[in-house]
Design a binder for this molecule. Sequence first.
Ligand code: SF4
Length: 336
Amino acid sequence: MSPPLLQVNDLKKHFPVKRGLFGRKSEFVYAVDGVSFEIARGETLSLVGESGCGKSTVGRAVLRLFEITSGQVILDGQRIDDAAPGTMRQMRRRVQVVFQDPFSSLNPRMRVRDILAEPIRNFDLAKSAEDLEVRVTSLMDTVRLPREALNRRPHEFSGGQRQRIGIARALAAEPELIVCDEAVSALDVSVKAQIVNLLQDLQREFGLALLFISHDLAIVEHMTHRVAVMYLGKIVEVAPRREIFAAPRHPYTKALLSAVPLPEPGAQRNPIILKGDVPSPINPPKGCRFHTRCPFVFDRCRSEEPTLRAVGAEQWVACHLDEVPYELIPAGAGSR
Ligand code: SF4
């Protein structure tokens, strides 16, 4: 088996939030707290979970938009997290991003031609002015926008078209991995489907790997290879798409998936309503972080943190319940 394109090992990002006496940092937001995963070349891994679970922070760590607290981010065998500036420049070319809001991520004063030319120039990819022009026009073809639109500015496009420009800008750097951070969340349903189809086509054409960060499981179900579910800074389940949607193992994954609409008209899943709010990442619960909301909580969950364990060929779950045969689940499990 070929080595993964991206490896994230025990990644932690703790943001200081308060300074105590004498300027000491007294509290931290444990935004990401020991996350590990891999992405193969040409693979889509979706990182899912409720708002605030840390999935976008993981994406930003992969892009090295900040220094991480600890752990490793490795691209094709080379550390990103402690790369020297010269190495980092090449790494940045290989890992690009498409953000949720294309309007705020595109410079409103620049024409599309200049927006697309910028990464090509920054990474010295064009051999000549003619080559630059060929690259810019072919990017428009690739994302299915008319070449005539090269001289327009971002405000002259619809939301979906702007997202195509954002994708073209990411492709301009000839990346191997694209972090899609809620890249279709702000779009209408039909436009969402078009952008997802485009990303899938580009993935096939260029062999791209995608880290697809989303809270929209209905979209994820249609386009991912594997899914990693995050809760309060940790991954609680990882599995191939088919396994996780057909047979989720973690109680939190089950609750998330129960809210995804079924494709058949009128068909409904049994919704699992979680009680309470997500606890603060400043003071996450001891033991299993999900124990304050889990319908199956039992004593061990409150004191001992479950680690990710293999429960199938490619399925991993962090839950004590999965180690206990159902007939031996302690009395009271399922009550609150
Ligand atoms: Fe629920 Fe306990 Fe499993 Fe956590 S470890 S998900 S609290 S059963």
